[in-house]
Write a protein that binds this ligand. Structure first.
Ligand SMILES: C[S@@+](CC[C@H](N)C(=O)[O-])C[C@H]1O[C@@H](n2cnc3c(N)ncnc32)[C@H](O)[C@@H]1O
Length: 294
């Protein structure tokens, strides 16, 4: 049974980064405000586009640009990853891999490194990049580094299944990316897409095969699960199960919830079950974060 930690009091979605900080370029309250503002404007923009309200869409776009757009948002997110603010989330992934993998793999004696696709990569010096265990492919909607490819994960070519033994990733990381997607259906689509890139066993090192791989490393702001009207632990577990995943690890901090979901093709429900937006908890203090799978 997973430990649910001490985050018993509902937290606002905006309060999602470790707070302790001494001296950085922007105070953590300011970085949170940039992140929160960007999410709100993205959501409003999406809604204006959906209802064909081009005047509002143009004005929202102008407002976003004036506020520094995605680049400013990413800068704030990078600062949120600083050591003083708790470090980057891939530290948790590396710790889990050290616990889970057979010694042959994490002692660096493996034939090849494990392949990680980091979606929403902001840095090339984070924990997963520094680990000798992983070979990291990094993508982001807006790259700020030559080693990060500018690419929309939702438009990344899907390798033919015959190639997944060679080209498949052992791990896909979606750290604070699913909550970046402004609509619930889009979030479901993103989760559905992940398994198209995951390695198909048997692998090159099947002699030291690990049952926890291939896997999805998923990080969300904790309130998305602890204080949402439409999502709770049971719901996310059901969604992930229907997509073929079982939970290997879970950790919750005051701000973030981390998961490692192991993927088993045989568990995937072929005609994937749908999960609509359904109120699971009432109360005025809830947020509206939802994941819809159609
Ligand atoms: C809050 S940042 C998260 C950064 C980092 N992974 C972390 O854990 O702090 C979200 C990033 O996800 C990227 N992103 C969102 N949707 C994406 C997509 N469909 N494809 C690639 N990157 C995406 C955004 O461009 C943004 O830089």
């Amino acid at each position: 049974m997973a430990k649910y930690g001490k985050a018993s009091r509902p937290k606002l979605l905006s309060h999602t980064r470790p707070a302790s900080i001494k001296k950085t370029t922007l105070p953590s309250r300011a970085t949170r405000s940039v992140i929160r503002n960007h999410h709100t404007l993205t959501k409003q923009l999406k809604s204006a586009i959906t209802r064909n309200d081009s005047a509002t869409a143009a004005s929202l776009q102008a407002e976003m640009e004036a506020k520094g757009g995605l680049a400013k948002y990413q800068e704030a997110s990078i600062q949120g990853q600083s050591l003083q603010r708790g470090g980057d989330s891939s530290r948790v992934l590396i710790r889990w891999l050290a616990e889970l993998l057979p010694p042959e793999l994490h002692a660096g004696k493996q034939e090849r490194k494990l392949r990680l696709l980091e979606v929403g990569a902001l840095r090339t010096d984070n924990h997963c990049s520094r680990s000798g265990l992983l070979s990291v492919t990094r993508i982001d909607l807006h790259s700020q580094h030559p080693k990060i490819q500018t690419q929309d994960f939702m438009a990344r070519p899907i390798p033919p299944s015959a190639m997944l033994q060679i080209e498949g990733f052992d791990i896909v990381s979606l750290s604070l990316v699913v909550n970046f997607v402004s609509d619930a259906v889009g979030r479901g689509e993103m989760l559905k897409r992940v398994s198209s890139y995951l390695r198909v066993p048997p692998s090159e090192y099947e002699d030291v095969a690990d049952p926890s791989l291939p896997a999805l490393f998923l990080v969300l702001p904790a309130p998305c699960v602890t204080n949402s009207r439409y999502l709770n632990e049971e719901r996310i577990e059901s969604i992930m199960q229907s997509l073929g995943y079982k939970r290997i690890r879970r950790k919750i901090s005051a701000k973030l919830v981390y998961y490692l979901w192991g993927f088993e093709r045989s568990l995937k429900v072929e005609t994937s079950k749908s999960f609509r937006k359904k109120e699971l908890r009432g109360g005025a203090s809830r947020n509206n974060f939802a994941i819809v799978v159609t």
